[in-house]
Write a protein that binds this ligand. Structure first.
Ligand code: PAF
Length: 319
């Protein structure tokens, strides 16, 4: 932290008590606060959330915290990109007064009882949103949403934002947090902002940094597959299994091409699934158009697991 150059106009806090003191001054000034939780490695998707927040709120705060509780022992906690200086410079590039404050807390302060990645050895308080956490992403990552719900509830308590902003790219996370805010009566309004994509359609993600150029090219199969399923749905295809099959064919075709490249990496579908827009129940037959649906997928491109989704006719994504 000592070698970090803090851009003018942005306050950076390492201690929760210092952040809270600043937050109190915002309240005393009768100003509103919007909040964007992040794990850093900021990209245009995060910056779009900050800009949306600034349109609705007097001040915008972010947290940058690589949250151990949402990583399994086998996952990339230690190699996850940590780029604080670049992150602050990108925030500063939005213009003075857009991002007012950044909270960069220590793991020890966020998890006073300690945090073991092995859930069976954990101590302390955790938050779990039942019914939404164990399908889709929750099959491969059974404790992921428990970690996310826990850290976001801690941050809402600390930041006390009037408004909180998430990206649709992590759609299941949005459902989990929306219900958690409702169930725990947090006095904050949630906003879900559209997925930001590069000019080719690849959904922006901090993990895209792991992709080599040829992987980046074949990663486009995810958004192509989703767009194809969307086109068929809009043309009247209503059978979820049929739609998933056509989406799967597109990824499988890309996988075959990758294998012919002989570069020593491959692609693998983790899941492609269509779930109801009101509770993420998996659909196999008819899609009830009145509820809408979420078509989502996770695909390994080399060793990088990418996710993407589209929401079709989903009405109540906002609280
Ligand atoms: O979406 C993310 O980056 C994380 O899951 C979040 C919401 C910041 C919690 O650690």
């Amino acid at each position: 932290m000592n070698s970090i150059k803090i851009p003018s106009g942005i306050k950076v806090f390492n201690k929760i008590a210092d952040f809270r003191q600043w937050r109190r001054s915002i309240l005393m000034d009768n100003k509103t606060l919007g909040y964007v939780p992040t794990m850093g490695a900021l990209h245009q998707g995060h910056l779009a959330l900050v800009s949306s927040a600034k349109k609705q709120c007097d001040h915008v705060a972010l947290s940058i915290f690589v949250n151990p509780a949402q990583f399994a022992p086998t996952e990339d906690l230690h190699t996850y990109p940590r780029t604080l200086q670049e992150d602050l410079d990108k925030l500063s590039g939005l213009g003075e007064g857009v991002a007012s404050a950044v909270l960069v807390p220590q793991v020890e302060e966020m998890y006073p009882a300690g945090i073991n990645l092995d859930v069976s050895k954990q101590k302390g308080t955790f938050v779990e949103v039942l019914g939404l956490s164990h399908q889709l992403e929750g099959i491969t990552r059974p404790n992921f949403f428990r970690g996310v719900a826990t850290v976001v509830s801690k941050f809402i308590n600390i930041v006390q934002p009037e408004h909180i902003y998430f990206g649709q790219k992590d759609i299941q996370q949005c459902f989990v947090i929306r219900d958690m805010i409702r169930d725990l009566h947090f006095p904050t309004q949630m906003h879900i902002c559209p997925t930001v994509r590069d000019s080719n359609g690849l959904a922006l993600s901090s993990r895209n940094a792991y992709l080599i150029p040829s992987q980046k090219k074949y990663a486009l199969a995810l958004s192509q597959s989703l767009r194809h399923m969307e086109k068929l749905y809009k043309a009247g295809e209503n059978n979820a299994t049929e739609l998933v099959k056509t989406g799967t064919d597109i990824i499988e075709k890309a996988k075959k091409e990758v294998e012919q490249l002989n570069e020593g990496w491959s692609m693998r579908i983790d899941y492609i699934s269509i779930n109801s827009g009101n509770g993420l129940k998996e659909l196999k037959d008819n899609i009830p158009r009145e509820d809408g649906c979420v078509i989502s997928m996770a695909v390994f491109v080399g060793t990088t697991r990418l996710i993407d989704n589209i929401c079709l006719d989903v009405k109540e994504l906002e609280q």
